[in-house]
Design a protein around this ligand. Sequence first.
Ligand code: ZN
Length: 228
Amino acid sequence: MNVFFDGYVHSGTTLKELVDQFDNVLRKKVEIETTSDFNSCNQIIPCVSPFYIEKQFQAVYTNAKFKEIQREEWGMICCNCIPISKQGCISTFDVLDKISTYDHVKIVHYVVYYNEEECDIKCTCALFEMRGIICRHAFKVFQMKKIHVLPERYVLYRWRKDLKRRYTLVKSSYDDLRDNADVRRKIFDDKQVGVGELSAHQVVAKVEDVVVGTQYSTVTQQTPSNND
Ligand SMILES: [Zn+2]
C-alpha cells in the first residue's frame, strides 16, 4: 500500500486527503499504462539475436514483457545444456546455469523435460509457471532442438500489445486518458499506412494537441474535488 501511494501521502495525511489522493494515484497509473500501451504499439525494440522465437515475441508482446524475454535469451549465453536421456518422446536435459554475483560465480543445476510430440517443455526453475516467461534453460533446449516457432500456449494472451483489457470497458473518470491514447494511436496508424496527407510536422502537432488536452482535462477534473 505504501508503494501504491508513494509520493502522494505522508504521515500527516487526513482520511479525506487520502480518498482524494486515491483518485489521483489511479489517474496517474492509467496515464502511465496508456502511454506504455501506446509506446508498445509504436516503438519496436530491436531483436538482440538471430533466434526466430525472439521475433515471435517481438511481434505480439508489450515492450516491457518483450524485454523480459530478451533478458532470458541473453541468459542462454551462461547456460550449458547436456542431453541426459530419452524415454519415448520425452527428452531430459541437464542445464548448468552460471550465475554471477558481485563477488563470486556459482553454477546452478536445472533439469528440463521436453516432449517432442507436443512441443511441451518443463524446467525445474518453474519460471514459466510462476511468471509466465519462458526461462533461459528452456530456450536453450528449444535452440538445441531447432525449434523456431513456439506453440501459442507459450505466448500468453494477457501480455499481448493488442489486448483490450476488460477493466478498460468499465466506465470511469479516466476514460478521457484512454480515449486520447486511442486518438494518438490512430494518428500514428494512419501515418504508418499512409492514410491522409499529414506531414510529420502536422502529426507531431496533433499529438501535442491531444497531450495538452489530456493535461487540461486532468486539471479540470481535479479542481472540484480540491474545493470540496
Ligand atoms: Zn528454467
